[in-house]
Design a protein around this ligand. Structure first.
Ligand code: PRP
Ligand code: URA
Length: 209
């Protein structure tokens, strides 16, 4: 069964509510995205593998756990994905980063790719694709399709808000990719915006409208 995890942690829900308010300023919105991203990342990375190493504490030798294997690769769907990326890098500064540039054609709502750059060895890394909004899911489906062509076996998708229609579409296209979100809202409107939602995530993070 495809996985959908809704992070119902009170801190996540509180911050998300502040982000939804139309009067929340750009500076506050950007700060909140970053904070929620860090909390999302904490939950999503729960299953990262560990290995033991030998070390010396100031008092005695011991074996203790560190992350095993190749570092996580976070792929940001430009441009709003960068808001989530920043918070995740606060938590995992050694993560590798990829970018995929996509925008939604406002008439057809289909994604148009304008940029793609990921680590050369992405096939060997766990991958976390980040975009605040999973609306129709056209962008996320296309991004994951493109990333899968490069061969990673372990791909996860993280967003802030999802529409039920988007979750169904994403799971139909990528049943092997678990989705993590802070909330699943009611529905999409006729322009593909999530209701009640938080508006245009890119515009709210960067103050472009
Ligand atoms: C927004 C959002 C997603 C996409 C979601 O980006 O950040 O990428 O829409 O919609 P979908 O699920 O229907 O594809 P947008 O196209 O507005 O580009 P931007 O990040 O450059 O603002
Ligand atoms: N993209 C956004 O930024 N917001 C929505 O509600 C839908 C797509």
């Amino acid at each position: 069964m495809p996985e959908l995890t809704v992070l119902d942690h009170p801190l996540v829900q509180h911050k998300l509510t502040l982000m939804r308010r139309s009067k929340t300023s750009t500076a506050e919105f950007r700060r909140l995205v970053r904070e929620v991203a860090l909390l999302l990342c904490y939950e999503i990375t729960r299953d990262l593998p560990l290995e033991d190493i030998d070390l010396e504490t100031p008092l005695e030798p011991m074996r203790a756990s560190v992350l095993a294997g190749k570092k996580l690769c976070i792929v940001s769907i430009l441009r709003a994905g960068n808001g989530l990326l920043d918070g995740m890098l606060d938590l995992i500064p050694s993560a590798r980063v990829g970018h995929i540039g996509l925008y939604r054609d406002p008439a057809t709502l289909t994604p148009v790719e304008y940029y793609y750059k990921v680590p050369e060895d992405i096939a060997e890394r766990p991958v976390l694709v980040v975009d605040p909004m999973l609306a129709t899911a056209n962008s996320a489906v296309a991004a994951v399709e493109r990333i899968k062509r490069d061969g990673p076996a372990d791909v996860k998708m993280a967003c802030l808000l999802a529409a039920p229609e988007g979750v169904r579409r994403f799971h139909a296209a990528h049943p092997d990719v678990p989705v993590f979100t802070a909330a699943v809202d009611r529905q999409l409107n006729d322009h593909g915006y999530i209701l009640p939602g938080l508006g245009d995530a890119g515009d709210r993070i960067y103050g472009t409208r």
